[in-house]
Design a protein around this ligand. Structure first.
Ligand code: SF4
Ligand code: MSK
Length: 655
């Protein structure tokens, strides 16, 4: 294994500390495997490798000297486009499975099959039902749930090409829907859209760059999850690997689906006596990783141990007794790392089994029973823990999380109860808030973990841009202490600080809102769009007119690719900090930048330099402000030196 400079791998001090241990004990991690993969294939990096049929693999010489056509005659543009569309289809399929799973749970709940679940947020259920055209007056709760589930599942089954997906129609502002209809980009059926993308790329190269599916998908998964598990409200919690406890049975939940993790939290509370009887004086300690972690963090304040890229590292603490996996963004390496310790890796979904893990199939009709069995496996593992190997990095940060649209609106309504959005509009108009940026997406070994998130957000916040975050981006900010009131005081520009303080004080928080607002898991990007849609409707404009931008500076998964495409489709300038595999084709590169801007208003900004990315996002915000006739920032914005703002200046070690 090649030697690593751990601090260049991650700017998270806890991750760096654990990486040094991995290095010392010769335990492979994502970073050491990244080093072993170098140099990575140039054809794959540029998108000029094709493996679509068995005549291949074919490759195109990027410099124009070697072959310029695949065996079938496909040129560089065809090859790049086909593979990009396939990435989008795979990403959409992954997201759609998440949405379908939640919708089916709603259906089964309405039929009385899920005794361990309920509708925790009935108020939200009524709002969502009305938005989807479900009659609510005088009806019993479960008949409303049933109809809502049917309408949702119809978005996966509808065969009427002239009837766009219900959720999409209920989620976007009218001007955006009109534009997408004119461009024939409104999907009628989620599954059909995925299948058609695969079919097109098999038969030829009808590589339509726009993937609209996610607009509907993400919204439905978020809204239905809120009704089932509760709509997030601001809650104080902690983050980073210091949340593991030496004297507790530590159980991490990892993946994306809240159906099991939510129940594990409940049952762990019920079974504390068993954990204590086993010798763990602090009982069970449930912690989150990745987006399952975000789900239970924003709803229940469960601490988040880490985000995607460092998911192997909690095992190296020697204090993690079980890691419970559901679906997506789970490293197949986990059982191999766990072999070096006592940790039990437990898979729970038949679509996601991993060699070396213990499979305990989760059955929603016996949810509490299943959760109890899993917790007892963790108790057994705890008894085999070697205390001499326990090393928990001494880093954790406070984080105020749970900023759903409802929570933000509730805070704003303390300033203006009749028109809650007015204070936000006023602050955007007067420039206290220059615009809004949504950070989304993953981690990627091609970038120092979390560094792009911190650098770009701090640069934009200093220039009075309101920062929202989801998914592993949110994890990065929570770990770094940027979801605190102190971060607002230290790092927000004066205008933003004033606005966040006024809202926070009005909402009874005794100080400002945190610098970065945690909106949820990666499926919850829809919350930011819901906020944008509410603003657009309030102002009578399209999403593409608002000073609203998106950034995925450490994008990695196919889901991230399709989320980025969706952001562009709904009209947002969208930054990507990882070079996508399309640079081998000028045509496709032009399509997702210039052509997309002309057709949709949204476009990709590909920029790996953090400072330049911040500048480009800020410029995009200024262009939108100018379009709305608002005052723009003409002078170069005051921008602190980025290096000085990284984590070492932020966190205090927990004593
Ligand atoms: Fe080669 Fe064409 Fe087959 Fe791709 S589809 S592998 S370019 S022959
Ligand atoms: S988990 S898709 S690494 S955000 Fe949602 Fe994180 Fe990206 Fe997976």
């Amino acid at each position: 294994m090649a030697c690593l400079d751990c601090s260049s791998c991650s700017c998270d001090p806890a991750a760096t500390e654990m990486l040094a241990i991995a290095e010392a004990q010769s335990i492979d991690t994502a970073w050491s495997r990244h080093v072993a993969q170098q140099p990575q294939c140039g054809f794959g990096t540029t998108g000029l490798c094709c493996r679509i049929c068995l005549k291949g693999p074919c490759r195109i010489d990027p410099f124009g000297k070697g072959p310029q056509l695949g065996v079938c005659g496909a040129d560089r543009d065809t090859i790049v486009a086909r593979h990009m569309v396939r990435m989008m289809a795979a990403g959409a399929a992954a997201h759609s499975e998440h949405g379908r799973h939640i919708a089916l749970a709603m259906l089964h709940l309405s039929k009385g099959h899920l005794k361990d679940y309920s509708i925790r947020d009935q108020e939200k259920l009524m709002v969502v039902a009305k938005r989807l055209g479900v009659e609510t007056d005088g009806r019993d709760l479960m008949s409303i749930v049933r109809e809502l589930a049917d309408i949702t599942l119809n978005d996966f089954q509808n065969q009427d090409y002239d009837q766009p997906c219900n959720w999409l129609q209920a989620s976007l502002p009218a001007p955006r829907l009109k534009k997408l209809k004119e461009l024939e980009l409104l999907p009628h059926n989620i599954d059909a859209s995925v299948a058609q993308s695969m079919s097109r790329t098999h038969l030829g190269c009808d590589a339509d760059p726009t993937n609209l599916i996610l607009g509907g998908l993400q919204m439905l998964a978020t809204e239905l999850s809120d009704t089932l598990f509760g709509t997030p409200k601001p809650i104080k919690t902690t983050s980073n690997m210091g949340v593991l406890k030496k004297d507790a049975i530590n159980i991490a939940v990892n993946g994306h689906n809240p159906l099991l993790s939510d129940i594990i939290c409940d049952v762990a509370a019920d079974l504390q006596a068993e954990a204590i009887a086993a010798g763990a004086k602090d009982g069970f300690n449930v912690i989150g990783i990745c987006c399952t972690g975000n789900e239970i963090m924003v709803r229940h304040g469960i601490p988040l141990a880490t985000n995607y890229l460092s998911q192997e590292l909690p095992i190296l603490t020697g204090a993690l007794d079980a890691m419970v996996l559901d679906v997506q963004c789970i490293m197949p390496s986990l059982p191999r790392v766990a072999e070096c310790f006592h940790t039990r890796i437990i898979t729970t979904d038949k679509q996601n089994k991993i060699a070396g893990a213990t499979h305990m199939q989760f059955d929603e009709t016996r949810a509490s029973e299943n959760a109890a069995s899993i917790l007892r496996v963790a108790i057994d593992a705890f008894k085999q823990r070697d205390p001499r190997r326990v090393h928990i990095p001494n880093f954790q940060q406070e984080a105020i999380v749970g900023f759903s649209v409802e929570a933000i609106t509730a805070a704003l309504s303390q300033i203006n109860a009749d028109d809650p959005l007015q204070p936000l509009v006023d602050n955007i108009v007067n420039g206290n808030i220059q615009g809004v940026v949504l950070f989304a997406g993953c981690n990627n070994t091609k970038t120092q973990q979390d560094s792009a998130y911190l650098d770009i957000a701090l640069s934009l916040a200093a220039r009075n841009v309101l920062v929202l975050a989801t998914g592993c981006a949110a994890g990065a900010y929570a770990k770094a202490g940027l979801m605190t009131q102190e971060a607002t005081r230290r790092y927000a520009g004066e205008g933003l600080k004033g606005a966040l303080t006024a809202i926070g004080e009005a909402a009874g928080m005794n100080g400002p809102l945190p610098l970065v607002l945690h909106m949820g898991s990666c499926v919850d990007n829809s919350r930011a769009v819901a906020l944008g849609t509410a603003l657009a409707n309030r102002l009578g404009v399209d999403l593409s007119d608002l000073p609203l931008v998106a950034s995925a500076p450490e994008a990695m998964t196919e889901k991230a690719v399709v989320i980025g495409s969706w952001a562009v489709t709904i009209g947002l300038p969208t930054h990507l900090g990882t070079i996508p595999p399309i640079v081998g084709s000028d045509v496709v590169s032009g399509l997702v930048t210039d052509t997309a801007r002309d057709l949709l208003g949204g476009y990709f900004i590909v920029e790996t330099d953090h400072a330049l990315a911040a500048d480009k996002l800020f410029d995009a915000i200024q262009q939108r402000r100018a379009g709305l006739g608002l005052k723009t920032y003409i002078a170069p914005a005051p921008r602190p030196a980025l290096g000085s703002l990284r984590m070492p200046t932020l966190p205090e070690r927990v004593s």
